[in-house]
Design a protein around this ligand. Structure first.
Ligand code: GDP
Ligand code: IMO
Ligand code: MG
Length: 431
C-alpha cells in the first residue's frame, strides 16, 4: 500500500507543483481531489516553465494515470484549454492518461460572475478570491443545486436540470447585483459541447484509485492551496471554499483514511500569502520587498503580488497537527541567501499574554504579535548545491532548528525552481 499525500502547509503556492512533478516520476497515479483552477502550479523542466491549474502535475511524465477526483470543481473550458496546451507541447499523447470524475461539480458562468460581483461590491467582504467561481460552485454543491460532469453528457437532462437553477441565479444576478441575466439556450449549447469533448476523459475515479491500491500501485495525491486556506481549519472567512487538510483526500477522491501511508507537507523557507486576511509574520519593510523580488513572488493564477514574511512555526505546528504531516519539504531556501539574519516565529503574544495554541478566530490572529528567534543568515548562493552537507553551516542550522521545533523530519529541500535543484535527504515514498 503506497499512498502519499502532498499538501501545502501555509497559504498556498509553497511549491507543491514542483514536488509533485518530482515524485510523479516514481508514481503510477497522480490524483487531484479538491480545489479547482484557483490553483496555479508551476513546474520547471530544463529551464522551461509549465503552468498547471487543473490537470495534475504528473502529466509531464508519460504512462501515468492523472486523475481529477470528485472533490474538484471543474471549469470545463479551462480544462479543455489546458489539455490543448499540453498536447501542443507534446504531452498527453495518450488520452487514457487523464481521467476526470463523473461526479466532480462544474463551475458554471454564473459562479464566476457572482464570485467577481461579490468581490467588487463596495460594502462587501473582500477576500481577494481568484475570481474563478470557486466559492459559488462549492456553495451550490453543498446546497444541492450543482451541475456535475455527468449532467453535461445528456442534453435534455442537462437543460431540465439547469433551467430552474439558472432562474434562481439570474434573479440573484439581476436583482441583487444589478447585472445582466445569462441565457439558458446559449449555456445549454455551450456546455453540452464541452460535455461532448470531455466525454472521453470521464470515468469512475474512486473505483480506479481503489483498483490501483488493490494492485499495490504507488499513488500520489496532489493537494491544492494550503492548510491555512482550509474552509474549516483556515483563517475563515479569508480562506478558499474547500477542505485543504490531508483528510480531504478521503472525501475528494473516495479513498479510505486507512489507505494513506504518508503525508508530505510543503512549506516555503519563509511565508507568503495572496489575497487578504491575517498574516502575523508579514514583513512590510525592505526585507519583505527583497524576499518578494528575489523569490519572484507573484501569483501563478492571477499575477498578484504575494505578501511575504518570516517562517511561522506556530502555524506550521498547527498544520502538522490538523493534517498529521509525516515529513516536510522546505522550498525556496535559495531565496533567503544574503540576509544578515533570519527570524523564525516560535510563539504568539496576544494582549500581553503568550498563547499556547493557534487561534481559530481570524480577528484574534490579526492581533497576535509574533515572538521571534533570530539566527545568522548566510551569503552563499545555494542554487547548485545538491547535498545537504554542502550547504553552509548556518543554512544547515536553520533547517535543523525548524526540524527540532516542529518535531517533524525535513525530507526534501529545494534550492531553485528546476527539477534538478533539489536536495533529497529521504525519499518521502519510502515508508
Ligand atoms: P504551488 O501552487 O504550491 O505549486 O506553487 P506555485 O507554483 O504557485 O509557486 C511556487 C513558485 O516558486 C513557482 O514559480 C516555482 O517555480 C518556484 N519555486 C519552487 N521551488 C523553488 C525553489 O526552491 N527556489 C526558487 N527560487 N523558486 C522555486
Ligand atoms: P495553489 O494551489 C494561493 C486564495 C486566494 C484568496 C482565497 C480565496 O496554487 O497553492 P478562491 O478563489 O479560492 O475563492 O480564493 O484563497 N487562493 C490561493 N492562494 N495559492 C492557491 O492555490 C490559492 N487558491 C486560492 O488568493 O485569498
Ligand atoms: Mg500556486
Amino acid at each position: 500500500m503506497s499512498c502519499l499525500v502532498v499538501i501545502g502547509v501555509q497559504w498556498g503556492d509553497e511549491g507543491k507543483g514542483k514536488i509533485v512533478d518530482i515524485l510523479a516520476h516514481q508514481s503510477d497515479m497522480v490524483v487531484r481531489y479538491q480545489g479547482g483552477n484557483n490553483a496555479g502550479h508551476t513546474v520547471v523542466v530544463g529551464g522551461e516553465p509549465f503552468f498547471l491549474h487543473l490537470i495534475p502535475s504528473g502529466i509531464l511524465h508519460p504512462n501515468k494515470k492523472n486523475i481529477i477526483g470528485n472533490g474538484v470543481v471543474l471549469d470545463p473550458k479551462i480544462f479543455l484549454e489546458e489539455i490543448e496546451a499540453l498536447k501542443k507541447r507534446g504531452f498527453l499523447k495518450d488520452d487514457s492518461e487523464l481521467i476526470v470524475s463523473e461526479s466532480a461539480h462544474v463551475i458554471m458562468p454564473y459562479h464566476r460572475r457572482i464570485d467577481v460581483a461579490r468581490e467588487n461590491k463596495k460594502d462587501g467582504l473582500k477576500i481577494g478570491t481568484t475570481g474563478r467561481g470557486i466559492g459559488p460552485a462549492y456553495g451550490d454543491k453543498i446546497t444541492r443545486r450543482g451541475i456535475r460532469v455527468l449532467d453535461l453528457l445528456d442534453k435534455d437532462k442537462f437543460r431540465r436540470k439547469l433551467a430552474p437553477i439558472l432562474e434562481e441565479q439570474n434573479f440573484f444576478l439581476t436583482q441583487f447585483f444589478k447585472e445582466e441575466p445569462l441565457d439558458l439556450d446559449q449555456m445549454v449549447d455551450e456546455y453540452f459541447i464541452y460535455g461532448q469533448r470531455l466525454k472521453k476523459y470521464v470515468g469512475d475515479t474512486s473505483l480506479l484509485v481503489y483498483e490501483g491500491i488493490e494492485k499495490d500501485k504507488k499513488i500520489l495525491f496532489e493537494g491544492a492551496q494550503g492548510v491555512l486556506l482550509d474552509i474549516d481549519h483556515g483563517t475563515y472567512p479569508f480562506v478558499t471554499s474547500s477542505n485543504t487538510v490531508a483528510g480531504a483526500v478521503c472525501t475528494g477522491a473516495g479513498v479510505s483514511p486507512l489507505k494513506i501511508k504518508g503525508i508530505l507537507g510543503i512549506s516555503k523557507a519563509y511565508t507568503t500569502r495572496v489575497g487578504t486576511g491575517p498574516f502575523p509574520t508579514e514583513l512590510t519593510d525592505e526585507i519583505g520587498d527583497k524576499i518578494q523580488k528575489v523569490g519572484h513572488e507573484f501569483g501563478t493564477t492571477t499575477g498578484r503580488r504575494r505578501r511575504c514574511g518570516w517562517i511561522d512555526l506556530v502555524s506550521l505546528q498547527y498544520a502538522i497537527r490538523t493534517s498529521g504531516i509525516t515529513s516536510l519539504a522546505v522550498m525556496k531556501l535559495d531565496v533567503l541567501s544574503e540576509l544578515s539574519e533570519i527570524k523564525l516565529c516560535v510563539g504568539y503574544q496576544w494582549k500581553g499574554q503568550k498563547l499556547s495554541s493557534y487561534p481559530v478566530d481570524s480577528e484574534k490572529l490579526s492581533e497576535c504579535e509574533p515572538i521571534y528567534e533570530t539566527v545568522p543568515g548566510w551569503k552563499e548562493n545555494l542554487t547548485s548545491i545538491r547535498d545537504f552537507k554542502d550547504l553552509p553551516v548556518a543554512t544547515q542550522k536553520y533547517i535543523h532548528l525548524i526540524e527540532e521545533r516542529l518535531k517533524t523530519p525535513i525530507d526534501v529541500i529545494s534550492v531553485g525552481p528546476d527539477r534538478e535543484q533539489t536536495i533529497t535527504r529521504h525519499n518521502p515514498f519510502s515508508f
